[in-house]
Design a protein around this ligand. Sequence first.
Ligand code: SAH
Length: 222
Amino acid sequence: MMPRHLQGIGMTSQRTRDRMVKRLIEQGISNKRVLDVMRTTPRHIFVDEALSSRAYEDTALPIGYNQTISQPYIVAKMTELLLENRESLHHVLEIGTGCGYQSAILARLVENVFSVERILPLQKKAQVSTQLLKLKNIRYLHEDGGWGWAEFAPYDGILVAASPDEVPQALLEQLAIGGVMVIPVDDGHGNQALQRITRTEETFDVEELEPVSFVPFLAGKE
Ligand code: SAH
């Protein structure tokens, strides 16, 4: 049960979250664990209070610094793709903490989340929000996620929330054999597609999934 002060009222209430989940099911999300976690994780605490009444709409919303919180469908879809056919994940690397909503969803489904963000103030806020939810299995790093996070590699899951033209080599190297990376890749002309990359003993299997629209994957940190 969620503490009362995080539960929300009116447009941030449990009923509003239930409606969001009903929509996710209509959109094709079927993983029960993902749906349950999205039903019981407050999304409104991750956006500015002025936007909280819109937190459960199926849309990306601004979180400052020219960045957005991903729309609920995309968070659900990427999480579902990461978990598909796998009981448990131990080490998951997330590139692009943003406001921390996706980190919170992951933290409730996997053992450990390692989240890298290039914009420090965003990551600081994310840390406060996930602490409010008492999630203790997320570690944060302020860095260009193009380098991954070698210290805790290999990862059995990698989720990338910004769109590069090419999959960064370090991320491929830090993916465990049998591990899965979900990443929106741009064709260089602004057309992005979600890819799921599975590392096998010999190679990387790439599945190209649906078209998506993410903020660009940028180099360096600020
Ligand atoms: N999952 C986040 C999505 C945030 S948007 C959420 O639900 O809020 C994508 C984030 O990726 C932005 O915060 C952006 O600053 C970050 N980002 C872009 N390029 C990056 C890089 N090279 N390394 C780390 N983070 C990056």
